[in-house]
Design a protein around this ligand. Structure first.
Ligand SMILES: Cc1ncc(COP(=O)(O)O)c(C=O)c1O
Length: 421
């Protein structure tokens, strides 16, 4: 017997985070709440965001530049409101986390500090089909150092007939190119396949080969549990508009392991990374702030800080462990339903790209549509299920723990079943 809607409804009744949905603005079309499954692309707007931004507007109106020091919550110290929760989300010490810029900018800044080709070592190892921004960043840094991207960028590809990477294959490429590799930079979760890589093992293999290891966590931060400090990851960066719900073009974040803080690494500097105690003396000679904050460049966008804070306070109120618990439960429920569907359709109509194992995925599911994919996608959208279409044949969607329900997941799979028929 199929899993029933009553099971979904019961799970919703028992869900300790069910009320958190009310803290978000759910999109409505023609009077009907949409089932929003694109938290992997742009997370929904918290109901508190506008109020937090408005406070900054008021500070600005009332005090002008004096707000940096004399607003009710001085802008100079606003960063402190962000890093505590964020450090829990990425598994870091507070001093290892900085909120600044946007993801691609931070990737470049991290490459300046951590891609330091020397002697035989000049290669970058990454996953095949890394997000385009990452590919362009690799290509241009490699050229900047005078190397040919064709020779310097080593992509790990899935085996023939497979869609995702095996950890053993990633490790064997690291071992093969180890002595010539300067940097390993993987996505935490690949944006296309939804595969969550084994960051701990990749880091350990990279270090054993004598290379630096970093991650682009765009699809992992706020989605899955991470332990960047304990895994000994050298650096990472992420965006906060997906699972961190901080708005379009939201301010990004970066992690730099504390073992590098005193290391006098090469970096591109700006005044906002200068030691806060003497910054306004405006003297020559860059003296960085201790920790990750020393990588900041510019006066921060306080409006973006405010939007980020509104979203992070929801994470804090829900509790990161509780969010992870629901994430696992909601996604196992989804996968049980998808497996039923897969059995019914005998693998003829769709093939799951995303691995099924808990530890190898987060919220996102990518489905390769073998027949009429675009029509199925259009049908889902028309019925109010907001998912994503990737040409030529992939549907991606991601139920998230803070605002999606078990009933939405059940209804989605039922709608998909109807459209496949
Ligand atoms: C994995 C990954 N890397 C990089 C980016 C680019 O981020 P941004 O446009 O914020 O620089 C994205 C955007 O979605 C992404 O998914």
């Amino acid at each position: 017997m199929r899993i029933s809607i009553e099971t979904a409804q019961q799970l919703d009744r028992e869900d300790p985070l069910a009320s958190f949905r009310e803290r978000f603005i759910i999109p409505v079309q023609e009077g009907k709440e949409q089932v929003y499954f694109l938290g992997n692309s742009l997370g929904l707007q918290p109901t508190t965001t506008a109020g937090y931004i408005d406070k900054i507007m008021k500070d600005w109106a009332n005090l002008g530049v004096e707000s940096f020091f004399h607003a009710p919550e001085p802008w100079m110290h606003y960063h402190d409101h962000l890093v505590k929760t964020l450090s829990i989300v990425v598994g870091a010490k507070i001093s290892e986390v900085v909120v600044m810029n946007q993801l691609t900018v931070n990737l470049h800044l991290m490459l300046v500090s951590f891609y330091r080709p020397a002697g035989k070592r000049f290669k970058i190892i990454c996953e095949a089909k890394a997000f385009p921004s990452d590919q362009y960043a690799f290509e241009t840094h490699v050229r900047h150092h005078g190397f040919d991207p064709e020779k310097a960028v080593i992509e790990v590809k899935p085996r023939e007939g497979e869609l995702t990477l095996r950890t053993e294959d990633i490790i064997s490429v690291i071992q093969e190119h180890g002595e010539e590799t300067a940097l390993i930079l993987f996505g935490g979760i690949n944006y296309y396949t939804g595969q969550f890589f084994d960051l701990k093992s990749i880091t350990a293999a990279g270090h054993a080969a004598g290379t630096v290891v970093g991650f682009d966590l765009a699809h992992a931060a706020g989605n899955v549990a991470l332990q960047l400090h304990d895994w000994n990851v050298d650096f990472a960066c992420w965006c906060s508009y997906k699972y961190l719900n901080s708005g379009p073009g939201a301010i990004g974040g970066a992690f730099i392991h504390e073992k590098h803080h005193g290391a006098n690494l090469t970096r591109f500097a700006g005044w906002w990374g200068y030691d806060i105690n003497t910054r306004f003396k405006m003297e020559k000679g860059f003296v960085p702030m201790p920790g990750a904050e020393g990588w900041q460049l510019s006066t921060p966008a306080i409006f973006l800080y405010a939007a980020h804070r509104a979203a992070l306070e929801i994470v804090e109120a829900a509790g990161w462990d509780a969010i992870q618990e629901k994430r696992l439960k909601l996604n196992s429920f989804l996968w049980s339903l998808l497996e039923e569907l897969d059995q019914e359709t005998g693998g003829q109509q769709l093939r799951f790209i995303t691995p099924r194992e808990d530890q190898a995925r987060g919220c996102q599911v990518s489905m390769l549509m073998l027949q009429n994919g675009k029509a199925v996608y259009d049908g889902l959208m028309k019925a109010g299920f907001i998912v994503d279409w990737r040409e030529p044949d992939v549907i991606r969607f991601a139920p998230v723990p803070l605002y999606n329900s078990y009933t939405e997941v059940w209804n989605f799979v039922q709608a998909l079943r109807g459209l496949l028929r």
